[in-house]
Design a protein around this ligand. Sequence first.
Ligand code: GAL
Length: 661
Amino acid sequence: MHFGTSWYPEHWPAERWPRDLELMREAGMTVVRLGDFAWSRLEPEEGRFETDWLAEALDQLAGHGLSAVLATPTAGPPVWLTDRYPDTLIVDAQGRRAGHGNRAHGSPSSPRHREHCARIAGVLARRFGRHPAVIGWQIDNELNALSHDEDTRRQFAGWLKARYGTVEALNRAWHLAFWSQEYRDWSQLPIPVGVQHPSLTLAWRRFATTVFRDFVRCQADAIRAHARPGQWISHNVMTAQDDYDLAALAEDLDLVGLDYYVGRLDHPGSGAHHDVVRGLKRRPYWLMEAQPGSACWSQVNNALDRGEARRLAWTAVGHGADAVLFWQWRSSPGGQEQYHGTLVGPDGRPRPFYEEAAVIGRELAAAAPALAGTVPAPEVAVLQGYEDRWAVEAQRHHAGFGPTAYWTSFHRALRLRGLDVDVVVPSTPLDGYRVVVAPTLHLLDDGTGERLLDWVRRGGRLLLGVRTGMKDTENLLLPGRQPGPLAAAGVSVVEYYALPDPVPVAGELLGGRAGRARIWAEWLDPDPAAGAQVLLRYGAAGGWLDGRPAVVEVPLGAGTVTYCGAWLDEDGTDAVVGRLLAGSGIRAPLDVPEDVELCRRVRPDGEQVLVLVSHARERRSVALPEPCTDVLTGVRHEDAVEIAGGDVVVLVPAGDGPRRA
Ligand code: GAL
């Protein structure tokens, strides 16, 4: 368990460094991320490297018992580079080439940019690959933008050629007779801008994934050539910057960092970000950046309330973060982020937030022994594919159909029941899960369909949501009815409707309660021969859907497939999820009220650590099946734990902890 901050020693005189490092230690910090954006100081002129200052900073870190994550500075190309090699500069969708004066202006597809990035990464790795303070590396920073220059377009055409072989094959694969969009030569393939052919847009995003992977690999290879065994390689992502496949990128990394900035902590919405990032490798990750109070780039940069960052830190740890780092340590006197929250002000003195950070530091240290070796081990997965999301996003059909809002509606229902949830891409092996929710497997091939059905036959409980199995992996409509290959289970879709107004739903599943479908509804056709059972029907609204099946459950082998054909309100979604779980035997480790977030981390020997984060204002009582000790206070709780509003407890089965007074 690590606790730390982003530190920019190059912004400050070296005489100041020891004081900063002491203050970090006093706040309980164990790790510092540094180096990101320091290119102009590390290579002030082409080929002239100045790394002594960084060596001194790393030595001082080691001297203070602090570890370091060394970031390559490649998100801040220096002016000598961009001046001499303007081809390294990114070109935006409107054709404007970036200039100097901001960051992330280097083009990840530019061979020359890559060459310079790999070179500086190699220089750093040669010098610091064996430095005792350096435990890991971060490559670049929040990759997300791709250049629209002519060379990148050529690369894209080359990538398409490798995939399709001939333009004729591509014309067929994308059905380009539509609007005379057929191509005759690879040189005619454009970079999609704005509303373009859906298959072209999808291909561009797939290409973006390969560009970012190659970009990261160039640097990773340069680092691995010199890094000592055990030094890991990471990249920091924001879940909202996902116009490329984060899971594919994660395959080349040892560890993923999450940068998470928020106006207000919101359970379970915040937890979804953590579950997405943990799901990228199905392994613990690092909260690489979190705001110490406020950010500086939103509409209203409110400070987190007192105690909110503590809850944020524990939410992260509960969901599987093995480190929490605040960005950044000290306010930089100049630059675009002067207003951002920090722990230390421009005067070098702790700001009010420092005290809360110190509490987090103390608590993480107290819980570290119990958390060592633990991982979240959910039995429930939500499948969330990047390609599905892009395809739906590009053709929402109802402006209110936000794919993220849709899949998180299921995640939310699961989390409010206190269950841990993996959010993983559809290609993830499903063994080990008992329940799988697949909100929108929009682009579905036969192989994936068969794999899912096979898992169901072996006892899995699968919930499918709307717009499932509508298209093939080239983004073409499938010739059969929805849900394509999954229709074999015994339920198919007759028609879909974007709803201007909500439509009533009712049925046994809701008891006598009136439910509502909103935004999207599908008219389902259950196959009685397959044993399909209608769980909810649309009520009378004077339209096509009146009386039609809305939610259908079909037994299949030892499992079940439930097709939820409507975007239901919260109560309806919860009822469907409840039904799914009821037959699975999965239970949350504790019964928690909705405003107490519960996360479980499990040790290899099966012993569990329960993290309870109260988002309530008032005190809450949670019953315990066995006596537990709160590792933060050392207090033992017998048959219930009382949690004050906004408080956190971290429970392990009671050993010899002190008895509650
Ligand atoms: C992140 C970025 C940091 C810093 C931070 C605060 O997205 O990685 O370098 O800019 O935001 O705005």
